[in-house]
Design a protein around this ligand. Sequence first.
Ligand SMILES: *Cc1c(COP(=O)(O)O)cnc(C)c1O
Length: 399
Amino acid sequence: MKADAFIAMEERLGAHNYHPLDVVLTRGEGVWVWDVDGRKYLDCLSAYSAVNQGHCHPRIFKAMVEQAARLTLTSRAFRNDQLGRFYEEICDLTRSHKVLPMNSGAEAVETAVKTVRKWGYRVKGVPEDQAEIIVCRNNFHGRTITVISFSTDDASRDGFGPFTPGFRIVPFGDIDALSSAVTPNTVGFLVEPIQGEAGVILPPAGYLKAARSICRDRNIVLILDEIQTGLGRTGKLLAEEHEGIEADLTLVGKALSGGFYPISAVLSNSEVLGVLQPGEHGSTFGGNPLACAVAREALKVLVEEGMIENAARMGDYFLKGLNQIRTPGVREIRGKGLMIGMEFHPEMGGARPYCQRLKEKGILCKETHEHTIRFAPPLVITRETVDWALDIIRSVIEG
Ligand SMILES: *Cc1c(COP(=O)(O)O)cnc(C)c1O
C-alpha cells in the first residue's frame, strides 16, 4: 500500500484531533525512522521526548519480550515480582522516598493534584474543598478535564467546560507573582522546569530555586512536571538538578519506557504520597509487571550507556551550531541539552513550512506554538549526525 492510501484511511476514519506531517512511518532504529516508501529520516521530535533512548532500543526490546512471555498484568489486587524492584531502582536513581506508578503523563498530573489536595486537608489543615494549586500561564500538563481546567490555551479548552475549580494561574518565570498568589489555602505549585509545548521557554536563572524556597517557607508542595524535561533530555537526569533543588513531587512519563509502552510515575521526596490509603486512588494497568520491567531497563540503558552526558554534550554542540547558521528571520534560539527551540519572527509565516521543507530533506520535526521549531532528537545522536543535520537546517532556513 502507498503512503497516500494510509493517509486517506486515517483521514476518513480517524477523529481529526491532530494535524500530522504527511509522512507514514513504518520502522525506527536509534535516531532514524523510515517511511513506507523506504525514505530515511532523522527524528528530531522523539515522540515528544518519549524515545530519548532511541527507537526500538535492543535492550529495552529484550526486557519487554521476556517479561511479556512471563507475566503482563496482575492488577494491584495482587503483588508482582517487578514492582518492588522498579520502586527500589527509580528511588535510588532519583533519591525519592515513595513512588506511585500510573500510565500516561496526564494521569500522573491528576494523581499529583489529588494527592496534594488530600495532603492539604489531612496534613496542612486547609478547610475541606478550599485547596488551591498555583500553576503557570502557557503550561502544558496533559488533556483531561481537570488538567485543561488550568490551561491557558484556547484550543485546548474551548467547548470543553464546565471546568474543575481550585487553580490559580501566574506568569511563568515571575517569582513575585508566585509569592503574591499564595494564600493560606495554597497546597501546591505545579510547574514545568522548561515549558516544552509553549515553545521551549526557559525561566530566568534562579527561578526554580526561588520557587523552592517559597514553597518551603509557606508549606506548599513543589510539584515539578518533568514528563518532558526529565530522564536526560536537558543533559541531567532531572532538570531540577540544573538549579540544585529537589521537588517534593516529581512527575515522569514519556521516556520512562523509552517509547515502548505508556508508563508514568509520581515520585515523592517528602511524605506527601504517604497520605494515600488503600482504595483512595488506583489504576488497573498502573504498576503492571510488563510496564515495570520495561521501565527498569529503560532507566538502566539511559544511565549505563551515557545518554545523559551525551545529551549535555550534543545539546551544547547543536545549539552552538544553530547559532552559527541563524538568519535574520530567526528571532531566538534557546534550549538546554537536547531540548532546543528555534523561534522565527512572526512575519516569516510560521514554522510549519520550514518543517515541511526539513521533512523533504530528511529531518522530521514539528512546529510548536506556530513560530517555533523544536529540535529534540533521541539522546543517542552523534556529532557526525548533528553536523549532517546542521547542513540541512542551514540550507532550509537560508532558502
Ligand atoms: C506530554 C506531557 C504531559 C502529558 O503526557 P501524556 O502522556 O500525553 O498524557 C504532561 N506534561 C508535560 C510537560 C508533557 O510534556
